[in-house]
Design a protein around this ligand. Structure first.
Ligand SMILES: Cc1cc2nc3c(=O)[nH]c(=O)nc-3n(C[C@H](O)[C@H](O)[C@H](O)COP(=O)(O)O)c2cc1C
Length: 179
């Protein structure tokens, strides 16, 4: 019997009221039994190869365990100064030395306004290439999210956004079940 695919949701923003986190909160609300939110970004130490050895710093061990337990990853990260936020790049750096992400289906939602966010997306694609993740192109989409679209509960109610997110989740879940 196939087990339910578990999609780990990773936001690249630490901002309170983040629209990128809202995208993932919405995904979580759409598929609560198939998703898990990663909440440890702020607790990760700065990447240092000297520390990428057993015993790993606890937040790093938790990150790798969360990725290892997931059957797929969905990322939503903003663009800062033409690239990924440093804190999120730091998270990705910590995954390179592990094998948890290797061959795992990974997709991202680019929630930036039309014509923006390409630098972050290009960097994300390049860095994921070094991690060995299996980027699921069909599930990597642009869903522009205006801050005003985020409700007080941190979730997006726009049916068009929710519909596209449901498609992304379905694609990832299907990919995660491929042998
Ligand atoms: C320091 C800083 C730099 C930014 N640089 C860019 C940029 O280069 N390109 C872009 O499209 N948006 C840029 N933005 C806008 C953010 O990507 C945008 O506000 C995004 O919604 C933030 O995501 P969040 O709502 O999840 O925090 C920048 C914002 C900040 C605070």
């Amino acid at each position: 019997m196939l087990t339910t695919p578990r999609i780990l949701l990773i936001s690249g923003s630490l901002r309170t009221g983040s629209s990128n986190e809202a995208v993932l909160r919405t995904a979580e609300a759409l598929a609560p039994t198939r998703t898990a939110m990663y909440n440890g970004l702020a607790a990760l130490p700065h990447f240092n190869p000297d520390d990428d050895t057993d015993p790993l710093p606890a937040p790093v061990a938790e990150l790798r365990a969360a990725i290892g337990e997931a059957s797929a990853l969905l990322i939503c990260a903003p663009e800062y100064a033409g690239t990924l936020p440093g804190s999120f790049k730091n998270l990705l750096d910590w995954t390179v030395g592990g094998t948890e992400i290797s061959d795992k289906p990974v997709a991202w939602v680019n929630a930036a306004a039309p014509g923006r966010g390409q630098g972050a997306e290009a960097t994300l694609r390049a860095v994921l290439g070094y991690t060995g993740a299996a980027v699921l192109e069909a599930a990597c989409v642009r869903i522009p999210v205006d801050r005003g679209a985020v409700g007080v509960d941190g979730v997006i109610t726009d049916p068009a956004v929710r519909g596209r997110l449901a498609e992304v989740l379905e694609l990832l879940a299907t990919a995660a079940q491929q042998p």
